[in-house]
Design a protein around this ligand. Sequence first.
Ligand SMILES: [Fe+2]
Length: 368
Amino acid sequence: MSMPILPIIDTDIFASSPSSIESVQECKKAADALITFGALILHDSRVSEEDNSTFLDLLEDYFAQSLAELQKDERPELGYQVGVTLENTEKPKCAVDEPCLNVIARLDPAERPLDIMGHNPDPKCRFFWRMSEKPPYETAFPSLNAANVVPQAEHIRQRWTPVMEKWGQAMKTAVESLAQMAAIGLGLPQETFTDAGRYGPHLLAPTASDLVKYSKKDTILAGFHTDLNFLTIHGRSRYPGLNVWARNTGKRIPVTFPTTGRYLLVQAGKQLEHLSGGLIKAGYHEVVVNDATLQAVERRKASFTDRPLIRISSTFFCHLSSDYDLAPIPSLQARAQAIRADAINLGKIDLDEESDYPPMKVGQQVQK
Ligand SMILES: [Fe+2]
């Protein structure tokens, strides 16, 4: 049986002539990809491969620093909401979350994620770089006023801010285009999602996994989970290892990018699931060390002998604004219910149990 692959959506058609027939078709394809897979590959010519590479180099250099140097960038007093979070701090919630464990139980054993039950915190480090715009109104969820942390070491410090901002902005622009395309494809006004997320606490939040220390096949770098934000976007990593699950097929899909070209991966998060009344489900995913990861390590070792062997994931979390009233959009919720009824009639199983989406502020959903 052939391996399922994620649809590729092109933002260029939308960016150049948003009202053309081709663009409208591409928007429909984007919405359908999110409904079926909860994830898609985005092609965006505005995103430069060189910028991705510059960003990955900087983050590899950063996380190759000594523990003592990295600890200078920790901000435990601010709940680690800016700066660095060192490994073994972030815990996957799924292992103690019944609905999530039920999703795993319902998967065919051959399609299940690596076992998270004995898995303690994720062996990955993260850096949080805030990329939000301050709302012009009084907010019920005053976000952190703390400034972003700029690392101190000379060889990192000068490069840091411009590189973080440039790559972060590129991913933000790309994910906002996709959000507008998805809105059109779902029959909503183009700005529906981007307006709702205008003042969201967006984060550029790259992760780092030490592939010297964690070089054993089947090591879990990030255990099976969904993201709580609206949409997550990643640049191409130098090392494979990300698996996503398509909601309606129950298949594990190893994410592969075309080897060259300007591609990004987009995944749906819980805020989009809530807003769409479950029409689009937050995508489950994991990051593991598999054969393809180890092959990439060997290739990288051979061709870049002096570079650190660290897997960087250039994650950008796009959020809805904290004060936004999160409630299912009626047309989407109706469609979600119709799909569910069809699936039941056809005897198909859905990975998730039916959930309800009570109205709440986005800020409350995040706190929960
Ligand atoms: Fe995630």
